[in-house]
Each structure stands twice: as structure tokens, then as C-alpha cells.
Write a new protein. Structure first.
Length: 170
């Protein structure tokens, strides 16, 4: 089972998070954005799953770090502040977070939270740069969907912990 999770975490998926079309702005578009792209979807569920498998304070700290840094990244992107390597960083975060969650890697919270925060900053910047300077509702929608995806990952942690002997759910 562990090998299957690793393979799924490393499997290439098309990036569909940037659909364009009639829902390019607003609350609904922001909410749909993280749900429509495998890159965002995998990373955000992985944060919740990894947090749940870590247990204890990580259950709130890791999603909180991602959401806080994502909000900051969105603000920077909306303001037109460029960050180097955002797309490569998003890709790296998808792979890394997927592997960490799939393998239930135990990492001290002082290391895990900044790592997850950096991923959130990069994902947020990618969202914010797309939304433009006038779309606060888009940002709120994306943050709400992200929180829901983190919650979904947390819910998956308990049943998956039975399959992963290294995992411990508090």
C-alpha cells in the first residue's frame, strides 16, 4: 500500500488550475481554482493529510501555516510583487508534500510548519498573480477552498493511519 501511495504522489497530472473562461474573477472562481487543478488539489490535501498523520499541534499548525502564508503570497501577487521560481516551487511543493504525506514522514513542527508555509506562499502567489489587483473576493474563495481541502486531508488521516504503521494520529 505504501508503494502505491508513493506512485500516486509522484504521478504526473495535467495542470488544469488555470481554465480561463467566464469564471475568471470573483468568489466562485477563487473557490473553484484550487479544486480544478491537480497541482493545487494534491498539495492542499497532502498538507491536511500530513498534518493529521503527524498528529498533535501539527493538525492545526500545518494548515494554519499554509493558509497564512498563502494569504500573504496572494497579496504579493495581487500587488504585482514578483517572486522568483514560483511555478517551479509550486511543482516542487506538490511532489514534496505528496511524498511526505504518502510516507507519513515524521518531522519536527519547527521544520514542518515553515516548509508548509513556503509552499503556501508560492501557491498563494500563483493564485494572486492570476487574480489581479482588484479581486479580494477571489482570494477569499481560494482560501476557503484551500481550508476545505486541508480538512479533507485531515479526515483521510485517521483511516489511512491504520495502513501506515509509522503514522501516529493524536
Amino acid at each position: 500500500m505504501k508503494k502505491l501511495l508513493v506512485v500516486l504522489a509522484l504521478a504526473p497530472f495535467p495542470a488544469l488550475a488555470h481554465p480561463g473562461g467566464p469564471l475568471e474573477h470573483g468568489l466562485a472562481s477563487g473557490f473553484l481554482h484550487p479544486l480544478l487543478g491537480a497541482d493545487h488539489l494534491v498539495a492542499m490535501v497532502a498538507v491536511g493529510l500530513w498534518a493529521g498523520l503527524q498528529g498533535g499541534a501539527a493538525r492545526l499548525a500545518l494548515p494554519g501555516a499554509f493558509l497564512g502564508a498563502m494569504a500573504l503570497g496572494m497579496g504579493l501577487g495581487m500587488a504585482g510583487v514578483a517572486l522568483p521560481g514560483v511555478e517551479a516551487g509550486v511543482l516542487a511543493s506538490v511532489l514534496l508534500l505528496g511524498v511526505l504525506a504518502a510516507l507519513a514522514v515524521r518531522v519536527p513542527l519547527g521544520v514542518a510548519a515553515p516548509l508548509v508555509g513556503l509552499a503556501g506562499l508560492l501557491h498563494g502567489h500563483a493564485h494572486g498573480a492570476e487574480a489581479g489587483a482588484v479581486e479580494l473576493s477571489y482570494a477569499l474563495g481560494a482560501l476557503a477552498a484551500t481550508a476545505a481541502l486541508h480538512g479533507g486531508g485531515l479526515l483521510l488521516a485517521r483511516p489511512l493511519a491504520r495502513l501506515l504503521p509509522k503514522a501516529r494520529v493524536a
